[in-house]
Design a protein around this ligand. Structure first.
Ligand SMILES: CC[C@H](C(=O)O)C(=O)SCCNC(=O)CCNC(=O)[C@H](O)C(C)(C)COP(=O)(O)OP(=O)(O)OC[C@H]1O[C@@H](n2cnc3c(N)ncnc32)[C@H](O)[C@@H]1OP(=O)(O)O
Ligand SMILES: [Co+2]
Length: 149
């Protein structure tokens, strides 16, 4: 498998509106998407855009910040926030060419793939790999959007 682009960094927050204001007012983010609820993951989510390599400040195309506010305490992000009430870096998402090949790769390395691949917040297939098998880093693997191939 070849290391692909870092698609996003998942950042958990107890208050997504406050986090949006932080990224706009403190960090100078120019583009933040409208939050939406992803029922399957019991989260409200939005994306803070960053410039791609060499891009002008305030443009898009780079690694996004994926802001995640739990809709229920009994959820992956809800449980994580109980231990990390201020929020912060929750996971990293890497792009791959083929989600099926990637799943077989990680399993062949003895890494715990969490559940079957499913459609994620970007509308492409994803899965997660257990943090304890990834040096403490919860890792999301995402199939590259087709038009990016
Ligand atoms: C916007 C939607 C988008 C998408 O899905 O498209 C997302 O990114 S949704 C993001 C939320 N969804 C997930 O995170 C799914 C994958 N996560 C899980 O399956 C669980 O969170 C899991 C298995 C990582 C942990 O669940 P568990 O019930 O085992 O929770 P514990 O608190 O018992 O944790 C066990 C152990 O793992 C450590 N841990 C938990 N979360 C993280 C993390 N984000 N980063 C690093 N380590 C983590 C936790 O501290 C425990 O370690 P221990 O030493 O035993 O205390
Ligand atoms: Co994610």
């Amino acid at each position: 498998m070849k290391l692909g682009r870092m698609n996003h960094i998942g950042v958990a927050t107890p208050d997504i509106e406050a986090s949006i204001a932080f990224y706009k007012e403190v960090m100078g983010a120019q583009v933040v998407t409208e939050p939406f609820v992803l029922e399957s993951q019991k989260v409200r989510v939005c994306f803070v855009e960053t410039p791609q390599q060499g891009g002008a400040l305030g443009t898009t195309g780079g690694t996004q910040i994926e802001l995640l506010q739990p809709t229920e305490a009994d959820s992956a992000v809800g449980k994580w926030l109980e231990k990390n009430p201020l929020g912060g870096q929750h996971h990293i998402c890497w792009e791959v060419e083929d989600i099926t090949e990637a799943k077989a790769w990680f399993e062949a390395q003895g890494k715990r793939v969490l559940g079957e691949p499913r459609v994620g917040a970007h509308g492409t297939m994803i899965f997660f790999v257990h943090p304890k098998d990834m040096g403490g880093q919860l890792t999301e693997i995402m199939e590259r959007p087709r038009e990016a191939h």
